[in-house]
Design a protein around this ligand. Structure first.
Ligand code: ASP
Length: 360
């Protein structure tokens, strides 16, 4: 992997250069929360993607009152699913190429090691709640499309038009300038780069919210919910509803969630990989960076690489462990994550592998 002088790794491990800088690895003390008696008190933590500041506040408020982490993180992301201004999730999410909002979501509950998910769900603004019901009221983990919608309606969810005026106008603009920016590809091989220029801007319009929490009982749960890739081929499913890719929880170890180019994550099963890295002793941030490096290594298609062979897209990971440590990392430096470590809700910079050159 070639890295120009102006690109650099914030941690040493990836290229073996310099000392690791791990500014936001979380801390272990003070332990607070429930009165400690014979039982251990856990220091709660909630982490989310950068659009989840309100989500971590809400989730932490509930956790402090004794809520199970799953109830808390779902309530947190519901605020964003309900927000018509967030165009990456739930109501107001950007639609597929037909102008239909199709949502993906998954939940995973640490203490029972159960999970539920829905994909390509239309008309229901809170796919995370439906995912939870799949977990609790079926023998399955994942329901998709029509079946997921029927299941949601059966449980009393209301059908509504999720396409806001703002999202509709963005979709119309995309259609009007479609040219060669759709997602269909002619047959091509690993060395082909500019395939009709399709997917040149693969970082366009991704967005999701993931939220992971450790509660006062020491239990860990997580949720990931999204409208997915904007203007996608109808039926396209990303990583968010796929357990192990867009979300994974192991109650003894920790949890991981992801945002960004789902296709890259699907072929790397990154969230289960991150949890296993933490089990092997890596901090949450180190484990997230390992997942980024794995994507870089496995990204073999030229059309998905820049001139220096690096991914021309971004993926971002978020993780917490059983000790209440947290971290986030992405391939390209671009953003922040939200965290509430029991003291306050904050937005912090993600660790990263590469930094884009500043254009003059
Ligand atoms: N990961 C989501 C997907 O690929 C999108 C995103 O996070 O931006 O569907």
């Amino acid at each position: 992997m070639r890295v120009s002088r102006r690109d650099f790794l914030r941690t040493a491990a990836a290229l073996g250069a310099g000392a690791a800088v791990v500014p936001y690895a979380g801390v272990l003390e003070p332990v607070w929360g429930r009165e400690s008696g014979p039982q251990r008190a856990f220091r709660p933590v909630v982490i989310s993607s950068g659009n989840g500041l309100r989500a971590v506040e809400k989730a932490m408020e509930m956790i402090r009152e004794g809520a199970d982490a799953l109830d808390a993180v779902i309530a947190g992301v519901n605020l964003v699913e309900d927000d018509p201004e967030d165009m990456t999730v739930g109501l107001g999410g950007l639609p597929n190429e037909r102008g239909e909002v199709e949502l993906d979501a998954s939940v995973m509950h640490g203490p029972t090691h159960r999970a539920g998910a829905v994909a390509a769900l239309k008309y229901i603004r809170n796919p995370s709640k439906v995912a939870r019901l799949v977990m609790e009221r079926t023998d399955h983990v994942l329901l998709v499309g029509e079946g997921a919608l029927e299941f949601a309606l059966m449980h009393g969810f209301k059908k509504e038009n999720l396409l806001t005026e703002k999202a509709r106008l963005a979709w119309v603009q995309w259609k009007e300038t479609l040219s060669n920016r759709d997602d269909y590809l002619p047959p091509h091989g690993p060395e082909d780069r500019d395939i009709g220029e399709a997917l040149r801007e693969v970082i366009r319009y991704y967005g999701t919210i993931t939220c992971l929490g450790l509660d006062l009982q020491g239990n860990i749960s997580g949720v990931t919910t999204t409208s997915g890739l904007a203007f996608k081929i109808p039926g396209r499913v990303g990583d968010s509803p796929i357990i192990g890719a867009g979300l994974y929880v192991d109650n003894e170890v920790g949890a991981a969630g992801s945002t960004g180019r789902g296709e890259a994550n699907l072929v790397n099963c990154s969230c289960v990989f991150i949890v296993e890295q933490m089990r092997a002793g890596k901090s949450p941030e180190e484990a997230c960076l390992e997942a980024c490096k794995r994507i870089v290594k496995n990204n073999k298609m030229r059309r998905l690489q820049d001139e220096e062979g690096r991914p021309n897209f971004n993926v971002r990971f978020y993780a917490i462990n059983k000790a209440g440590q947290f971290g986030a990392a992405e391939i390209w430096r671009s953003g922040k994550f939200a965290v509430h470590d029991g003291t306050q809700a904050r937005l912090l910079d993600c660790a990263y592998l590469y930094e884009r050159r500043q254009s003059r």
